[in-house]
Design a protein around this ligand. Structure first.
Ligand code: ATP
Ligand code: MG
Length: 432
């Protein structure tokens, strides 16, 4: 006989880790709510544990990125976090990178570092993988842990020392190919950030060629952003204000509020942004210095490379900066750790109420809705406050009233009061 075992995701079993108090060191909203909602816990300065709810959100971010990259024809790999320092010596970056590079020795006195980025490793990998121009264009990516010994880790996972990055590297036979790979990535980034539901802007970020398009950053607009961005009020000109200021006398990005836009159209306006993505044309810098030479059509060539980063863990914080109220996080559907919470209001532990919760839970599951059943032996107010700070889009309240009238109380995260809905309409309202 086939026995079907159904597993209920119950809050009594889940490590929720919510807390009432704001942590003393949390200066910005996303840091405060990530701790209070039990998404992360600090281990050490700029180093965090991700608890079950946080990990679920992070995984949703990663999966949206993964889909966007796969759809764009990139291939996923996984490179090591530990890198031989010799590769950094070869590329000449070991000193240039400075103290953000954490260097250490193994038991045989070999020098290693924790990877802050992977241009050296990927170029070295391709030395053994690509031999002919016929294998290009190629784009390889990973979603992996990076370590940068930031001078001032702050704002939780927004500027941490250990963080999750998606980094991709493209290889082409010539500059034209590189331009095309870059455009494909830019388009993929637009798809990814749209799917996550972020309000973002793309800004020029190439200090070498102001007005060029060799490097662009994707910024989530938020007051907590560390970067100042300058936009023309009459055209789509947009630039990281710091880069523009480098070319001005005062060198102060804030002094740019009303200046004429460098494209001659309109005046500059400033906004704050959080850098969540960065795309870059590298040219043959790494392929030459690390000697990645491959067979071209008539002579050997050094492939033209591009690199493309997305701060996956930073996106979790950046999304919160755009989606919250005084009660907590308001997740967009794309990132919510659960779509629905069933709050069991059941002081007397009545079997009837539990049965109803289980019935609704099953109904939602059958309709592929990700649901958490808050069956904890706590006061309703505590449960509601937890579901609100966590930011679950819908709460279903099941108590005496549901048993008496058959109607279900459904509350959207931003609503003050629940609505009464019928059993039949429940799924379509949630899905709608
Ligand atoms: P920043 O200017 O914020 O220091 P960066 O320009 O050094 O970032 P990149 O080398 O472009 O960063 O890395 C790609 C992406 O990784 C960034 O766009 C950002 O989203 C993310 N990132 C970089 N540093 C951190 C960090 N310390 N903590 C969390 N995410 C980070
Ligand atoms: Mg950058």
């Amino acid at each position: 006989m086939l026995v079907l075992l159904s597993y209920f995701m119950k809050a009594s079993h889940l490590i929720l880790g919510t807390q009432r108090e704001n942590p003393a060191d949390a200066e910005i909203i996303s840091h405060q709510f990530m701790i209070r909602a039990g998404l992360i816990r600090q281990v050490s300065s700029g180093i965090y544990n991700w608890l079950p709810l946080g990990k679920k959100v992070l995984q949703k971010v990663e999966n949206i990125i993964r889909k966007g990259m796969n759809d764009a024809g990139a291939q996923e790999i996984l490179m090591p976090m530990v890198q031989p320092a010799s590769l950094w010596e070869e590329s000449g970056r070991i000193d240039k990178y400075g103290q953000e590079l954490l260097v250490f020795f193994d038991r045989h006195e070999n020098k290693f570092c924790l990877g802050p980025t992977h241009e050296e490793i990927i170029t070295d990998l391709c030395k053994n993988l690509i031999t002919s121009y016929k294998q290009l264009p190629l784009n390889l990516y990973q979603i992996q842990t990076k370590f940068r010994d930031e001078i001032r880790p702050r704002f939780g996972v927004m500027r941490s020392r250990e963080f999750i990055m998606k980094d991709a590297y493209s290889f082409d036979i010539d500059k034209e190919g590189m331009d095309k790979s870059y455009s494909i990535m830019k388009e993929a980034y637009i798809q990814i950030f749209d799917a996550i539901g972020l309000n973002y802007r793309i800004v020029k970020a190439d200090s070498g060629a102001i007005g060029g398009s060799d490097s662009e950053e994707f910024h989530v607009l938020a007051d907590a952003g560390e970067d100042l961005l300058a936009f023309s009020d009459k055209s789509d000109y947009a630039i990281n204000a710091e880069l523009l200021a480098e070319h001005k006398e005062s060198k102060n990005p804030a002094s740019l509020e009303g200046m004429p836009s460098p494209d001659g159209k309109g005046l500059l306006k400033l906004k704050r942004g959080i850098e969540v993505g960065h795309i870059f044309k590298l040219g043959s810098k790494y392929s030459e210095v690390l000697n990645l030479k491959i067979q071209g059509e008539d002579k050997d060539i050094y492939p033209e490379m591009g690199c493309y980063g997305i701060g996956a863990s930073r996106i979790v914080a950046a999304s919160i900066e755009q989606n919250y109220d005084d009660k907590g996080i308001i997740w967009p559907k794309s990132l919510a750790p659960f779509e629905v919470a069933i709050v069991e209001v059941n002081q007397k532990s009545k079997e009837e109420i539990k049965r109803k919760c289980s019935e609704i839970y099953q109904l939602l599951k059958d309709n592929k809705i990700d649901v958490l059943w808050d069956d904890r032996d706590k006061r309703p107010g505590v449960k509601f406050a937890d579901m609100e700070v966590i930011g679950i889009p819908f709460t279903i309240i099941i108590g005496e009233r549901t048993i008496e009238t058959g109607e279900i109380e459904l509350k959207e995260r931003q609503d003050e009061k629940p609505k009464l809905v019928s059993h039949q309409d429940l799924v379509s309202i949630i899905k709608g």
